[in-house]
Design a protein around this ligand. Structure first.
Ligand code: SAH
Length: 358
């Protein structure tokens, strides 16, 4: 099994088996998580004998191969990792002017949710990522940062539905947020879901029990069931009412305000009537709406509303006391923006336009 597949206590057992003294366990974790070292040979405060043993047992810290690395002019970076079975995912590093360094990670190979405006489901669903594969994305993105800099935030907003791979995700996030791990504050981790009531409920119980109360974002995108089912087929099974009931529970159990994502699509969900309905759903809730002007995916044929309409939509909400943030587009020149990640990298899809490949 690959190194990153082992959780903390399992790793202790394996390192004991290899005969490594206790104090060196922490050293190894420090090399991997704090010192961005992916080869056991480079762990120079371990004896040569132990370094050799570790290399023999695990090969390298990483199990995937980085096939591509691109940087866009707004300083977003995207990597494509190929796993041992040949399947691939994309992950993104975003920087902003507040010195946030955010990793956007994937949880599945492909996606089964079939949202009409999103590229990630176009090629269907293959499998869940393992805990090690999820963690590896974080470590690889962390390594793109210069010495002395490290990731400050995580958004689980890449490919896949995180709540359908909850165990592996939470296990990886444990290492990401522990002090001997990547040491990222729990408050700076956001999990975005298409909106699965049972999954939200389960997440609420788990994070409340562990004290790791991650931020929850829910992809609402439409203020009534008819429209929501048109653009998010999954909605047929749950309905907005049940989603809101689950998010109310999340807030009650964790004390964390839920974010509702609303991808604004020209002529689809951006009318005054939609504002009115959305206000009706949220005005008595402690929530924030995150407006995402849709990022075009060529095959899907949706377009972004004109600037004026976006502004109108936003002020329609704020005038009614709803808190709103507009998510600025980042990385779209390298198809790294929301909804543009996918598992295949055909020449005509992800990696061809306006890019400066590294
Ligand atoms: N599967 C998770 C994470 C998806 S990505 C989820 O459904 O929430 C994060 C956000 O980007 C989601 O709200 C998603 O619906 C949205 N999104 C998907 N495609 C998009 C597109 N083309 N433009 C803008 N946002 C998009």
């Amino acid at each position: 099994m690959s190194f990153l597949e082992y959780g903390q206590s399992e790793l202790t057992a394996v390192l004991n088996e290899l005969g490594l003294p206790k104090f060196q366990h922490a050293q190894i974790r420090r090399w991997v998580f704090a010192r961005k070292c992916s080869g056991f040979d480079g762990m120079t405060d371990l004896s040569k004998q132990y370094r050799q043993k570790l290399s023999e047992k695990f090969g390298s810290v990483f199990q995937g191969t980085q096939m591509k690395h691109q940087r866009s002019d707004d300083s977003a970076e995207k990597i494509l990792i190929e796993w041992r079975d040949g399947e691939r995912v994309e992950s993104v590093l975003l920087r902003d002017n507040r010195n946030h360094r955010t990793a956007c990670i994937s949880t599945q190979i492909g996606c089964a949710m079939g949202c009409k405006f999103c590229a990630s489901g176009i090629d269907g669903f293959v499998r869940n990522l393992t805990r090690g594969e999820i963690l590896e994305q974080l470590l690889r993105l962390n390594s793109l940062l210069p010495d002395g800099e490290r990731l400050t935030h995580i958004v689980v907003m890449g490919i896949g539905e995180p709540l359908l791979n909850l165990e592996n995700l939470l296990s990886a996030l444990d290492d990401a947020t522990s002090s001997g791990g990547l040491d990222i504050s729990v408050r700076r981790v956001t999990i975005s879901t298409v909106g699965l009531p049972a999954g939200i409920q389960k997440l609420a119980e788990k994070v409340a029990a562990s004290g790791k109360e991650y931020k929850l974002a829910v992809s609402l995108h439409a203020p009534n069931d008819e429209l929501r089912t048109q653009i998010i087929p999954q909605n047929q099974r749950c309905g907005i009412k049940n989603i809101l009931r689950a998010t109310d529970d999340y807030f009650r159990l964790t004390g964390r305000r839920v974010t509702f994502e609303y991808t604004l699509i020209d002529g689809v969900n951006d009318e005054r009537e939609h504002v009115r309905q959305l206000v009706g759903l949220l005005k008595h809730r402690t929530a924030i709406v995150n407006i995402i002007p849709v990022n075009p995916v060529p095959e899907l044929g949706f377009s972004t509303p004109p600037e004026q309409k976006i502004r109108q939509f936003v002020s329609g909400l704020t005038d009614n006391g709803i808190q709103v943030k507009v998510r600025f587009r980042k990385g779209d020149k390298i198809d790294a923006a929301c909804g543009q990640l996918r598992r295949t990298s055909r020449e005509n899809t992800g990696f061809n336009k306006n890019l400066s490949a590294n």
